[in-house]
Design a protein around this ligand. Structure first.
Ligand code: DP6
Length: 325
């Protein structure tokens, strides 16, 4: 009735941006990510007969409010599946994601929670089934079950049974580096959940985004297999720009970028003009991730740190999949 799981966060090179079913978290497009070794969540779940409600402790602090509700609603999925209604758990999580940095910990958080819960209940789920469960906590989290390069297959079925992540290439396939560039942060005002819904419902650019995805996915996978960094980096960067363009066509329009976001984009473009292959990608917030090859690390880090508004740069290698203690 007790288990511990550790899962790493991931960064999408081809973005998930829109749902076709909000309750089951079914996406409008397939996406592709790389798992990061620098950011992870470790979670212990212990079910106890004597508990009258779930308890959620995050970084040694008992949590209430919205994050508590998310965890307890999510555990309810497992209780229903396992036929254990009324059996409550103590959930104890540690986030090795610099929280001040404003990086989403939901991917590693839900993956670790799903893994620990399924083990604690002895559900014997394979990774596909686990990824399906994880998806229902937060979409991008379903990719964190695997290390290396991972695709989330959107699936077609209404019940979501064919919507889960599959590994594309293992952790040791390619030694890339991903710098998480932390900017002097302001609160983000549109969450990814709200932003993607508004975009799907109202953006005049949304159809163009969707149409472009099959080619992006096909080409980036070929690039990953061939370890063609220029190809992979340029597709990822262009895909990120297209995703962010859809938000400008929404009603009302919005953007996740700040002036400092664009300063980092400019730094990366300048690096490329000097022959250094570095590419950026941005999720539903102002921070930027920069992908580059190990040999260019010193030059890339120096340029990023010298950019206006950059508070911190945290380097990750390609990370591993979920593990248990
Ligand atoms: C821009 O997975 O956080 O990071 O499914 O509503 O929990 P929910 O959304 P979430 O969205 C991630 C969006 C993204 C792109 C990506 O990671 O693919």
């Amino acid at each position: 009735m007790r288990a511990t799981a550790k899962a790493h966060t991931n960064i999408a090179l081809i973005k998930y941006w829109g749902k076709r079913n909000e309750e089951l978290i079914l996406p409008t497009n397939s996406s592709l990510s790389v798992t990061l070794d620098g950011f992870y969540t470790e979670t212990t779940v212990q079910f106890k007969e004597e508990l009258e409600r779930d308890i959620f402790i995050l970084n040694e602090e008992e949590i209430s409010g919205v994050p508590y509700d998310q965890v307890t609603n999510y555990l309810e999925l497992f209780r229903t599946y396992a036929n254990r209604k009324g059996l409550f758990a103590e959930v104890n999580s540690t986030n090795k994601v610099p929280t001040a940095a404003g990086f989403a910990s939901s991917a590693s958080g839900f993956a670790a929670l799903a893994g620990a819960t399924s083990q604690a209940l002895d559900l014997n789920l394979d990774d596909t089934a686990l990824s399906r469960f994880t998806r229902q906590g937060s979409g991008s989290a379903c990719r964190s079950i695997y290390g290396g390069f991972v695709q989330w297959e959107m699936g077609e079925k209404d019940d979501g049974s064919d919507s889960y992540a599959v590994p594309i290439a293992p952790q040791d396939h390619w030694d890339l580096r991903i710098a998480a560039v932390v900017l002097t942060a302001k609160e983000k005002d549109v969450s990814s959940r709200v932003g993607m819904k508004r975009t799907v419902d109202t953006s005049v650019f949304y159809d163009g985004w969707l149409e472009s995805l099959p080619n992006d996915l096909r080409d980036i996978k070929a690039g990953i297999q061939a370890r063609d960094f220029e190809k992979v980096g340029s597709i990822a960067e262009a895909n990120c720009l297209k995703m962010h363009a859809t938000t400008l066509g929404a009603v009302p329009p919005f953007t996740y970028w700040q002036d400092t976001t664009m300063s980092v984009m400019e730094t990366v473009q300048q690096l490329r003009k000097k022959g250094i292959l570095a590419y950026y990608t941005i999720d539903a917030g102002p921070n930027v991730k920069v992908v580059y090859l190990p040999g260019d690390e010193a030059t890339v880090l120096q340029a990023l740190k010298a950019t206006n508004g950059v508070e911190e740069v945290i380097v990750s290698k390609v990370g591993e999949g979920i593990s248990y203690k």
